[in-house]
Design a protein around this ligand. Structure first.
Ligand code: B12
Ligand code: SF4
Ligand code: SF4
Length: 287
């Protein structure tokens, strides 16, 4: 068993390594935070003696997100803030993993953006809730991590490990989401509920956000409809597949995906782009 001094040294070395790779956010959530997680989203489902989950974030520059908000072009966001940033995050996670593996520990990077069954859309580990458990921020009404430094403008990745690291504590700062509800109003397919909520309790603290119709969001995000910010308005290149009454099977979704024209784009994360939380307002509205 590692002593406290060893734990501190390893944590400090890891932190320095991550800082050297220019990560904007870094935190460690103890495995005990995951009590409320479904079995397949629990770190111990993946590594039996997992002790902690490391979470890292890279910020998304404001001007990139602004293009989506102003409806000028989705491409800087899609290319640099989604595809390339996901790759950069995966490389960061891979580096951390090798850093710990060289010191004899088990670790498993979980991809920046993965989902397995296209109907359930469950991740290996929730990066957002890991970040909350590590103290980086809270969950906004729009389902995403809001931090005091960047608001919603970050992307995340996690690494599960059995290394003895000194974990942080759940977010205990001032509220960030000001409940302006722009995320709800601007989602053109109505995927985020204005009233229904989902919540978790971590270290006795409750975090609540708007219930999301995940498949509706995929429909829009993936450009199946022509309602979205960017898929509308490009005339003959769009397809408008109405959202089905009955939940499609994963096979049907894959079939639809194959039929989708290469150039069809969805909303490029409209609920992300319009989110500018004011912590002053959040304090007044939420106490
Ligand atoms: C699947 C997925 C999607 C799906 C479903 C969205 C969703 N909110 O579930 C779709 C394709 C629709 C989607 C869309 C988008 N996504 Co997405 N998505 C993910 C992914 C892979 C998993 C999200 C997830 O965990 N959902 C399900 C969870 C919250 O609920 P659950 O499974 O039912 O779990 C319950 C319990 O088991 C328990 N639980 C589970 N884990 C844990 C852990 C702890 C500690 C506790 C206590 C409890 C607990 O609590 C839950 C609630 O009851 C993450 C990456 C990742 N691995 O985390 C990115 C991610 C959330 N997406 C992201 C983004 C940016 C988007 C989009 C803007 C797309 C875009 N253009 O970029 C939109 C926004 C949609 C929205 N409003 O949420 C970012 C968010 C960044 C941020 N600032 O937080 C992430 C983190 C990716 C990344 N690498 O940064 N996404
Ligand atoms: S848009 Fe407003 S309500 Fe929605 S998450 Fe951001 S601050 Fe919260
Ligand atoms: S990503 Fe687009 S479709 Fe999904 S909830 Fe946000 S605004 Fe709605």
């Amino acid at each position: 068993m590692a002593g406290m001094a060893e734990i501190r040294t390893l944590t400090e070395e890891l932190k320095q390594y991550v800082e050297g790779r220019e990560a904007d956010l870094f935190g460690i959530a103890p495995v005990s935070s995951f009590e409320g997680a479904a079995e397949e989203e629990h770190p111990r489902h993946w590594i039996a003696d997992a002790q902690a989950v490391i979470v890292m974030g890279l910020q998304v520059p404001k001007a990139i997100v602004e293009q989506v908000e102003r409806k000028t072009t989705p491409y800087p966001y899609l290319r640099f803030a989604r595809h390339l940033l996901n790759d950069e995050l995966d490389m960061l996670a891979n580096g951390v993993c090798r850093f710990l593996a060289r010191r004899g520990y088990e670790c498993l990077p979980t991809p920046a953006n993965d989902w397995r069954d296209p109907r359930t859309l469950k991740p290996m580990v929730s990066h957002v809730l890991t970040a909350v458990a590590a103290g980086l921020g809270e969950v906004g009404w729009n389902n995403m991590l809001l931090t005091p430094q960047f608001g919603v403008r970050q992307k995340l990745v996690t690494v599960i490990t059995n290394a003895p690291l000194e974990p942080g504590h759940v977010y205990d700062g001032d509220p960030i989401c000001d409940r302006c509800m722009r995320c709800v109003q601007e989602c053109e397919i109505g995927a985020i509920s204005p009233e229904r909520t989902r919540s978790v309790v971590i270290e006795g603290k409750t975090f609540e956000w708007g219930a999301l119709k995940r498949l509706k969001c995929v429909w829009e995000c993936e450009g199946f409809t022509n309602k979205g910010t960017f898929s509308g308005g490009v005339g003959p290149y769009t397809r408008d597949v109405p959202f089905p009454d009955k939940t499609p099977t994963p096979e049907e979704i894959v079939e639809l995906q194959d039929m989708k024209p290469r150039w069809a784009e969805g909303c490029a994360g409209r609920c992300y782009a319009v989110c500018h939380p004011s912590m002053e307002l959040a304090k007044i509205r939420r106490g």
